[in-house]
Design a protein around this ligand. Sequence first.
Ligand code: SAM
Length: 301
Amino acid sequence: MAWFKRRQHVAVAEAPAVSGRRMFSFGGRRHLADAPYVLPKDMGEIKRLDFQHFLLRNGLQGNYAAPVNQPQSVLDVGCGTGRWAMEMAVLFPQANVVGVDLVPTEEVTYGYGLERRPDNYVFVQGNILEGLPFADTNFDLVHQRLLVAALPAARWPGVVSELVRVTRPGGWVELAECGVPVAGGPGFTALWASWIELCQRRGIDFACGHTIGDKLKAAGLADVHLRQVNFPMGRYGGRVGVASATDCLAVGKALRAGVIGMGIYTESDYDRIYAQAEHEFKQTRGKGYLPFYVACGRRVI
Ligand SMILES: C[S@@+](CC[C@H](N)C(=O)[O-])C[C@H]1O[C@@H](n2cnc3c(N)ncnc32)[C@H](O)[C@@H]1O
């Protein structure tokens, strides 16, 4: 926890442990104590992840890209709220669906097509950086979405190898990550750059989303396919643009204490670029967008 002890201007306090994992709070948000992951683990973040899930499902027109046919077993690594995995369990009632995360989600949002926890879904506590608690060749589809702010750059090859290890020959590994905003206004661009810097200080490359296809190829997967979907950011992009901007501003709030605590920006400078980004997102003209990448590859042997 040395990194958070170095924090300035932000009150840091130990919080009650969750499922055996140490937690602490700073900037009014609860975080995991012993993980590189930069985002909070609290109710505010659960709500953001649900909102983001609906945004992605709508924008990508579905929950997955791999050409799987009636899978018998599906794994979601870093499952967060479990919403993606539970929707897959409803879609594939014959499959056993497993979600893995550092801690279980304390509250699940039902509704919007998911009325209760499906019987064929189970949560397993685990840490991809320490190896998955499953035998080799166990799953038909292994999915990992939005761990770009959680995995140190040097650990990616080992993480992808671990995903491949638990995939059966003929099965698919799928990664989904955001990229770096393009053609956004100066406030939005500066805000995002501060998150890249925050992650970099923990050895995390927050700008590596576009490389997920290469990561699957490097792990020896075949038939690797990379898809890019651009999400407009701000009012000019209609409902999707407003929703993407709302999600982005919620990330801005979630990472505020981290950026300030690391001395990347002062409170007033961070709040200034945040307000500037908010103003930019309200413009009816614009061209800024956030690329989102989905890559899948097939295990051959
Ligand atoms: C940004 S959230 C994405 C959640 C979910 N995949 C989604 O798309 O809604 C990242 C998730 O990864 C989890 N996580 C971070 N580091 C992890 C690790 N080393 N092993 C397993 N899960 C991890 C976090 O607890 C969090 O729930």
